[in-house]
Write a protein that binds this ligand. Sequence first.
Ligand code: ADP
Length: 249
Amino acid sequence: MTIVAVEHLSFRYNSVEVLSDISFDVTAGDYVGLVGPNGSGKTTAIKVILGLIKQTKGMVSLFGTKTNDFRDWRRIGYLPQKHTHFNPHFPATVREIVSSGLFSTKKFPKRMQRSDEASIDEAMKLTDVADIRHKLIGELSGGQQQRVLVARAIVNRPELLILDEPTTALDPEAREKFFQTLMGLNHNRNVTIILITHDIASIGKYASKLLYLDKQIIFYGSFEDFCVSDNMTNYFGEFTQHLICHRHD
Ligand code: ADP
């Protein structure tokens, strides 16, 4: 099943072209690492896919419906780039933050049902924050806060999860753990994932596909194909290609 379809998409900010004729499909169960230099259009592509900004040319659809006509936003979890830095005294516990993801799509009155409780518990368990559920969000480390925000993004059990640079604030150990959490969601819950990341040296260990963007698509496919592609050796040079391929099995 095609979850995201992008066809001949172009985007301009005023007169500056940021995305140039890009086409790709994301299929159910994919874990796509979206990589590219700063300013290469990654965030813009995601915003167009989610209908937050409108393309200049081309077509984008979600679950087979054009983004413009798509209404079933519960099927999608999105963690944008800039996340809140919580004040240490911010008066909300981990559990309350996770629950707020549930309410954001609910109509008033906001009454919690037993199935909601189960979804909250499950989201906290999957992201490994159940043990700290009664702590204040501001007391946690950056890695823990980030996992809480993912729990909030998955509490509606989305089929597609899109994350924009979620690991920049994390130390290498927390980052690995975070990538593993996402891999668990992908493997165990079949959540389709698109992850924008700078971490080209690690992403190949976890993601199933690489989308390398630089205003246009430089590469889209499996890491296996990327690693043996002569075109990519020519484009990146052997060293960088190897760095992206590198797998610590
Ligand atoms: P990436 O996520 O790959 O770093 P972006 O999609 O954020 O790249 O940005 C792509 C290009 O578009 C950059 O050159 C950036 O400066 C420009 N850009 C981003 N947002 C705006 C905006 N609101 N107005 C004008 N230009 C923008």
